[in-house]
Design a protein around this ligand. Structure first.
Ligand code: FES
Length: 174
């Protein structure tokens, strides 16, 4: 596998060390699954937990180790909303777009946020502070519509409430 020397920051050496340690962790997880192709989704999930997102290098390593075509790995990673292919922002907003939440107006919250933040779903603001994602049902339909802000689930969310909350979190007011 080709070496990827992308980092030009003064912390490049320590960044590489950390990245290598994380790669070892991922390798161990694949080993635990006996490098089975059938473990692809689980491995992708773990890889995202480890790295925070799935970049090209990680996807290629998984493809190589599990003997799956890179296009298939990429296809799985892009098919599920859960997976992130870009480095997330400091604050992550995820809107549940499952049926119950959709019916209760999750799409309107989403379009308001896209407008307010000036970004589309799946993207981060240019300053890297906020990322906006959507997900499928998170299993809290009774509280629809649900929005997750930095791991906190906001049930019966409203556009105004979510914007207010984002301003507080991203503005460091709490
Ligand atoms: S559809 Fe959103 S929690 Fe079920």
């Amino acid at each position: 596998m080709e070496k990827d020397q992308t980092s030009e920051s003064p912390h490049a050496a320590s960044d590489v060390l950390i990245a290598e340690k994380l790669m070892v962790k991922l390798e161990k997880i694949m080993e635990e699954h006996n490098y089975q192709r059938s473990a692809l989704l689980e491995v992708l999930q773990k890889a995202q937990e480890i790295f925070g997102y799935l970049d090209r290098k990680v996807l290629l390593l998984i493809a190589e180790k599990l003997h799956v075509a890179p296009s298939q790995v990429y296809g799985a990673a892009t098919f599920y909303n859960f997976f992130r292919l870009r480095k997330p922002g400091e604050h992550i907003i995820t809107i549940c777009m499952g049926t119950a939440c959709y019916v209760k107006g999750a799409d309107k919250i989403l379009s308001t946020l896209e407008q307010e933040l000036g970004i589309e779903r799946g993207k981060s603001t240019p300053d890297g502070r906020i990322s906006l994602f959507i997900t499928r049902c998170i299993g809290a339909c009774a509280m629809a519509p649900n929005v997750i802000i930095d791991d906190v689930v906001i049930g019966k969310a409203t556009k105004e409430g979510v914007i207010e909350r984002i301003r507080k979190s991203a503005g460091g007011e709490n």
